[in-house]
Ligand binder design. Structure first.
Ligand code: ADP
Length: 301
């Protein structure tokens, strides 16, 4: 089983000619809404791999929150019973994208900010040895720290996707696998290096995966208790890229799914690389369809 402790948002995408300037009112060329938030994107990715996933998150007591809770339970087979409903509005992101494909984003944390350490710990009471607990950094840091500590106490394997970028080296003592992109790795290390996985492992121990966009990923496998610490790298798959939004989230979800069924870190990195590629072939963070069989076939493991 996987528990994802993280954010859920209702995202509004606005296609614009140019970003709105101070004092200006502009018309969007088109708009659409979609569910998002790193936590939810990763939970959906893992659930699409056929793994039971419990979402530990907070939604507003509003219409969007109601819709999200029922839709996801039904359509994505996510266990939403541990989702807290709070008086703050459901989290939102307003995403302008211009003709060059650049983004300008305003995030409203809303209900996501109401994830307290107490709430999160209470909702992780069902975690058992062998479960996987996945966190990101879109909820308050004390809640992330409490979730990681509780998960370790209960014998789970912890995965932290330290995104958005923040200097969170102090959180890593309870993290079994850290997954970061290059910017996030540099933010934790406080310096730019090329052997990021190696440097993070030397400094913090544990297993490390650094995703490199179209260049694949590098990893240090210190995860299996009796395995030698092993460094390796995987190339990305060649795909016709439609939209790279959410590639990292798809990677993390599939990676956690592989660990949940007892695969090695090396195989988990292959599942992540496969679903990351698949996700770039569709627009939006959750716009792709893929089953575990698709991922295993592309990953070749
Ligand atoms: P993030 O979205 O967090 O910045 P990355 O851009 O590193 O993360 O992407 C995560 C993973 O998704 C990569 O390790 C890679 O496997 C896959 N991926 C991302 N971009 C591409 C691409 N252009 N082609 C193929 N695979 C990609």
């Amino acid at each position: 089983r996987i528990f994802v402790v993280g954010s859920m948002n209702s995202d509004t995408f606005l296609k614009v000619e140019n970003f709105v300037e101070p004092g200006e009112t502009i018309s969007a060329l088109s708009s659409h809404t979609a569910l998002g938030g790193k936590g939810l994107n990763q939970a959906v990715a893992a659930a699409r791999m056929g793994i039971p996933v419990t979402m530990v998150a907070a939604l507003g007591r509003d219409a969007v929150g109601d819709a999200v809770a029922t839709e996801l339970a039904a359509e994505e087979n996510l266990d939403m019973t541990a989702v807290l409903r709070v008086s703050e509005p459901t989290g939102q992101a307003m995403i302008q994208s211009d003709a060059d494909g650049e983004n300008a984003i305003v995030v409203v944390a809303g209900a996501n900010a109401a994830n307290t350490p107490e709430n999160v710990v209470e909702r992780l009471a069902a975690v058992q040895a062998g479960d996987i607990v996945v966190c990101q950094l879109e909820i308050p840091e004390p809640a992330v720290a409490a979730a990681l500590a509780e998960a370790k106490k209960r014998g789970a394997t912890t995965v932290l996707n330290a995104a958005p970028a923040a200097p969170v080296g102090h959180l890593l003592e309870n993290v079994d696998v850290l997954i970061v992109n290059e910017t996030e790795a540099d933010t934790i290390l406080g310096t730019k290096v090329t052997d990021r996985a190696q440097q993070l492992h030397l400094r913090y121990g544990g297993s490390i995966v650094v995703t490199l966009g179209s260049h694949g990923c590098q990893y240090i496998d210190a995860y299996l208790p009796d395995a030698d610490v092993k460094a390796d790298a995987l190339p990305a798959h060649h795909v016709d890229v439609v939209d790279t939004t959410g590639a990292g989230d798809a990677f993390v979800g599939a990676f956690a799914a592989a660990l949940a069924v007892g695969e090695s870190l090396a195989t988990a990195a292959r599942w992540g690389t496969a679903l990351g590629a698949i996700a770039t072939g569709a627009s939006g963070a959750q716009g792709y369809t893929a089953s575990r069989a698709d991922v295993v076939a592309l990953a070749g493991v």
